[in-house]
Design a protein. Structure first.
Lengths: 367, 306
């Protein structure tokens, strides 16, 4: 049949061109490899070793005891000591330390006076970084066994059981999300530039005078990138599993299925860009325009729950948001495609509508 | 005689700029028909209208019995198109390029190899088949593009300034191939701004600013020109030229080495005597002669350029 014959001719040609384009071919493998290693190690929301200063006005064995206990948590790292509050504030302003632990001279009195609600000591925190501040706020209620009989640690109100990631390791959350971000970037960029490049080189002027149909051209162009997307998925998930110990709980069929849906949606987005952009530079700019919200709003870095309603609406329109949800569910929580049905349907809907728009917009004429 | 291309009142503008203005065409099958005109005269736009790549604002087009733009898709199976710029894939080998085009045109799988083979022989590219298209010379690229445009043996071939990037010898070889194709029954529409190329066409339409100024065989165009050509040789040619350009009867004056080529309107009965009277500088020492017009003269008189 001519339809499939023409599609395969285009696909074959794309592969040939790709195999001669060493840089792009290398990027297919190197982008997921390097970015995963980099971000897998670099992104960590469990903060440790925050630099702090100490202003110990008590200078007693009890105060030294408190400092030792705080340092033993390894959340903070003592870097400087001060003799006045002015020095301490100056150090925070200068950025030398993130926080200062101030132990007042009446520490003993505060500790022994069981009736008083006065805290033992004070943290002065550089609150400009939320995540660092939150880590220090976590120290607020840490139990201090200064005088065990006087201040017994209160029993917690709740017991919390953490499913799926009990050690709260960040890579477990980051790696599946990175799959979404890397696929968004490479799939959209590759397809959009692949067609715009032919526009720039004049190949398209020749192609549109041939009997090839728009849909054939579009499909023939995206098939190679579907395979590339699957290669990248394999690299990311196996590296995530073997290097970062991310559990792969879901079934491979569901993982590949969800990934294929997302690849299809991203590729059609790339095709739409390619019908609008006139140069490869424009195509790249538009890709970044999609990529940034895909990183920041998709739930990859910041929880969806924390976003205002408007941002949620924007996020819902991005394929990456749905895929982040799906792939985390499947990989970590052993969900099936059926469990994440609504996200699957969105990606299918997105792909079909996108493909129609791209085919409609890519008219075989120069008008 | 069957008509391959028929167009009536074809007009197309881009914004306020009228690229093609009320063009009538009737191109017989099996001929080589040329569009001659300066850059921006509407040659490329006309070709794009006749291939269905552009929709006309008004007018009717019938190509190979198909009405455009309605049947543009059907027409594409029967035409070949060679773009002005080389538009095959530079990062594919010659063989891969032609195989790709053959499959796009839906050639049967087992006929592809022999067809490509015969094209390589015909266009003298046999030993280049494994080379990337980007590494070819201008003339070789031209031949490859022609091979690709004719791979499905189209009845009608559109060539948009096909030899603007090749040397004269390659151009002559290229035209030999075109005559072979024409001899085999292919209708060829070619646009050019080279006189020697235009002269080879069976029929010629001279376009200027989107308007067809003349339309005939090159020979008839030269014979029926509205001006006589006088060749003036002697001294002080620059001054004579400056002066002659002021007179309305003189259509154009062009210096060619030690001679001036003066186009004088046919309304002047005896151009040589008239020229001698016109000139303030004495032309007594100069030699004046009536000569046979060239296609360039036709072009200049038709387009009104000096």
């Amino acid at each position: 049949m001519q339809f499939f014959s023409r599609i395969s001719a285009i696909t074959f040609k794309e592969f040939r061109q790709l195999s001669r384009d060493r840089l792009t071919f290398g990027m297919v493998v190197m982008i997921p490899l390097i970015q995963l290693l980099l971000f897998g190690f670099a992104i960590n929301t469990n903060i440790r070793n925050i630099n702090i200063g100490l202003l110990d006005e008590a200078q007693s064995s009890a105060s030294r005891n408190i400092v030792e206990t705080v340092l033993a948590t390894q959340v903070v790292n003592l870097r400087e000591t001060y003799t006045s509050i002015q020095q301490a504030e100056a150090a925070i302003t200068a950025g030398n330390v993130r926080a200062v632990l101030v132990i007042p001279h009446n520490l003993e009195q505060r500790a022994t006076n069981t009736g008083s609600a006065l805290p033992l000591a004070q943290w002065i925190v550089d609150g400009s970084d939320n995540i660092v501040a939150a880590a220090l706020l976590g120290l607020r209620t840490m139990p201090l066994t200064l005088q065990p009989q006087a201040r017994a640690a209160p029993a917690p109100s709740f017991e919390v059981v953490l499913y799926f990631n009990p050690e709260r390791r960040t890579p477990v959350n980051i790696v599946p999300g990175l799959l979404a971000v890397i696929l968004t970037m490479t799939m959209i960029l590759f397809t959009s530039t692949a067609i715009v490049r032919e526009k720039e080189r004049g190949n398209l002027e020749l192609l549109i005078t041939t009997p090839v149909r728009s849909l054939e051209l579009m499909l023939g162009k995206i098939i190679p990138y579907i395979l590339i997307g699957l290669v990248q998925m394999t690299i990311i998930l196996s590296l995530g599993h073997f290097v970062f110990g991310v559990p792969i709980n879901g079934s491979p069929v569901d993982i590949v299925g969800a990934t294929l849906l997302f690849i299809a949606a991203s590729l059609t987005l790339g095709l739409i860009i390619s019908t609008i952009a006139k140069t490869q530079l424009q195509a790249m700019q538009m890709t970044v325009f999609i990529l940034l919200p895909s990183i920041l709003l998709s739930g990859f870095l910041f929880p969806y729950e924390g976003m205002p309603q408007l941002a949620k609406w924007i996020a819902e329109g991005l394929p990456a948001t749905h895929f982040v949800r799906m792939i985390r569910g499947i990989v970590l929580r052993e969900a099936t495609l059926g469990d994440v049905q609504s996200d699957s349907w969105f990606l299918i809907f997105f792909t079909v509508v996108g493909l129609l728009i791209a085919t409609f917009k890519f008219r075989k004429s120069l008008d | 005689m069957t008509i391959a291309i028929e167009a009536r009142g074809l007009t197309r503008s881009f914004g306020k700029y009228i690229a093609v203005n009320n063009l009538d065409l009737s191109i017989p099958q099996g001929t080589i028909y040329g569009f001659l005109g300066p850059n921006g005269s509407g040659k490329s736009t006309s070709i794009r209208l006749l291939t269905g790549l552009l929709t006309p604002d008004s007018g009717s087009i019938n190509v190979l019995g198909l009405t455009l733009p309605r049947h543009a898709e059907e027409l594409r199976k029967h035409i070949g198109y060679m773009t002005q710029k080389f538009s095959l894939f530079g990062d594919l080998t010659l063989e891969e390029n032609l195989t790709f085009m053959a499959r796009i045109y839906g050639l049967e799988r087992k006929t592809i190899k022999p067809r490509i083979e015969s094209l390589f022989v015909l266009y003298d590219l046999v030993d280049k088949r494994k080379q990337l298209a980007d590494t070819l010379s201008g003339g070789q690229k031209q031949r490859l593009a022609l091979a690709a445009a004719t791979i499905h043996q189209p009845e009608l071939l559109f060539l948009d300034e096909p030899t603007s990037a090749v040397d004269p010898e390659n151009r002559r070889d290229f035209w030999e191939k075109l005559f072979d194709l024409s001899d085999a029954g292919t209708t060829i529409l070619v646009s050019t701004h080279y006189m020697d190329e235009a002269e080879r066409c069976h029929y010629l339409a001279i376009l200027d600013a989107g308007v067809k100024k003349a339309d005939d065989t090159p020979q008839n165009l030269m014979n029926n020109m509205h001006a006589n050509v006088v060749e003036v040789s002697g001294a002080q040619l620059r001054q004579i030229k400056q002066h002659l350009l002021q007179t309305p009867e003189v259509r154009s004056v062009a210096q060619q080495g030690v001679q001036l080529r003066v186009l004088v309107n046919k309304s002047v009965a005896d151009p040589i005597t008239w020229l001698r009277e016109q000139c303030p500088v004495s032309l007594a020492q100069h030699q004046l002669a009536l000569i046979r017009p060239s296609l360039e003269d036709v072009f200049v008189t038709s387009t009104g350029k000096h």
